[in-house]
Design a protein around this ligand. Structure first.
Ligand code: OVM
Length: 400
């Protein structure tokens, strides 16, 4: 059997507006496919996506995890020392960053995050009609994450546009890419400047990265670039992870009732929302050698597109894969990736989601859709621009 050649363009706007409608065709065509419109190989089944993510010596990241090959094209910004690096460099930078983003330092934040979430949710329930994107999914992460890093106050509105730009830049040079780049200058300059030592507050994760530089674990220039990773990867991802989770509950009121009956399901519910409707849809790798597939060869230097979100709904892996069911075990999902590059900030994301759910569950009987959700198209992220909802107050009948 040959590698099937498909005419699907996973970055055209019809695909990006509703990626899940196209995943069956990608998965069912074969374990590896070739996508003619973008001229690269792709995998959409759970087994193959996990195998490729595990095999970092073959499927490398240092040539970029977007369509652009850094071996032949200049990257739009200096490459990330984490995302766009391979061992041995990656082991050193990731080891350093793992210590900064420690669970212990996060646990100390939790009481403050919970209090912030409660105050926010109380204000919103009183208003009743809110935009779950602007008022919850954006407002909550922006009220905790920049302070965790120790970012300066002025200019924080650039964080989401910068994230959107970085994630659009993984795609081909389509309209989304060009529009993002045309508007990127100010946000990019602000983010770069915010990564400098003198702009980071003592005690924040940014300052901790510079403390590692002071101990000789990295250079000053590397510290600056590593802080940039927090700002690139930490905002638009959690914003849309929370937004997609709230949208999942708005579409499945019975799942919200189930969570209210058993609030300890909150952690599982967030994992299931990442599996069912995750935020990061795709990442590329580049092959470091020829790979035999069927009776064909994926040549060295090929871009391979990994459909994380399709793997997460692969019926070969999950029963009733298309059902959002917060009581199932979603473990094994690749919404945070897999292997050596698996999301560094995943505990931040989980804690943000949990703080918000802990505030919402006792106060909100139903997250009721109150208008048409609006998508914000992005080459990598499944994102929402707006989600009008009615937060139906709980009147204290909840157990918690
Ligand atoms: C980075 C980074 C890491 C993960 C995701 C990401 C833009 C960026 O290190 O800059 O997306």
């Amino acid at each position: 059997m040959a590698i099937p050649r498909l005419a699907i363009d996973p970055f055209d706007e019809a695909f990006l507006a509703d990626p899940y409608a196209h995943h069956d065709a990608l998965r069912d065509a074969g374990p590896v496919v070739y996508l003619e419109p973008i001229r690269c190989f792709a995998m959409a089944r759970h087994c193959e996506v996990v195998a490729a993510l595990k095999d970092w010596p073959t499927y490398v990241s240092a040539r970029g995890v977007g369509l652009s090959d850094f071996a032949t094209e200049a990257p739009w910004r200096p490459p990330s020392l984490l995302l766009e690096a391979d061992p041995p460099l990656h082991d050193r930078t990731r080891g350093l960053m793992n210590k900064v983003a420690s669970l212990a330092s996060l646990r100390d934040m939790m009481p403050g995050w919970r209090a912030k979430a409660e105050a926010l949710v109380e204000r919103l329930v009183a208003r009743r009609h809110v935009d779950a994107v602007a008022d919850l999914a954006e407002a909550f992460p922006l009220s905790v994450f920049p302070d965790l890093i120790g970012l300066r106050e002025e200019g924080r509105e650039h964080l989401i546009p910068y994230g959107a730009t970085a994630f659009n830049a993984f795609g081909p040079r389509n309209r989304l890419y060009d529009d993002a780049m045309a508007r990127a200058a100010e946000a990019t300059a602000w983010v770069m400047d915010s990564c400098r030592r003198e702009h980071l507050r003592p005690g924040g994760w940014g300052a901790l990265v510079y403390a590692a530089a002071d101990r000789g674990e990295c250079t000053e220039a590397e510290a600056e670039r590593l802080v940039r990773s927090f700002l690139t990867a930490g905002v638009d991802t959690t914003v849309n992870g929370i937004g997609n989770m709230l949208y999942a509950f708005a579409q499945h009121p019975e799942q919200w009732r189930k969570l209210r009956e058993d609030p300890l399901l909150a952690r599982k519910a967030f994992e299931e929302s990442l599996r069912w409707g995750g935020t990061v849809q795709t990442f590329f790798r580049t092959t470091s050698s020829d790979i035999g597939v069927e009776r064909e060869t994926i040549p060295e230097g090929s871009k391979v597109l990994l459909f994380l979100a399709a793997a997460n709904r692969d019926p070969r892996q999950w029963q009733r894969a298309d059902r959002f069911d917060i009581a199932r075990s979603a473990s094994g999902h690749v919404g945070f990736g897999f292997g050596i590059h698996q999301c560094l900030g995943q505990m931040v994301a989980r804690m943000e989601a949990e703080a918000l759910l802990a505030a919402l569950v006792p106060r909100v009987a139903e997250i009721r859709l109150a208008g048409a959700p609006v998508r914000r198209l992005n080459n990598t992220l499944h994102a929402l621009a707006s989600l009008p909802v009615e937060l139906v107050p709980a009147n204290g009948e909840c157990k918690t």
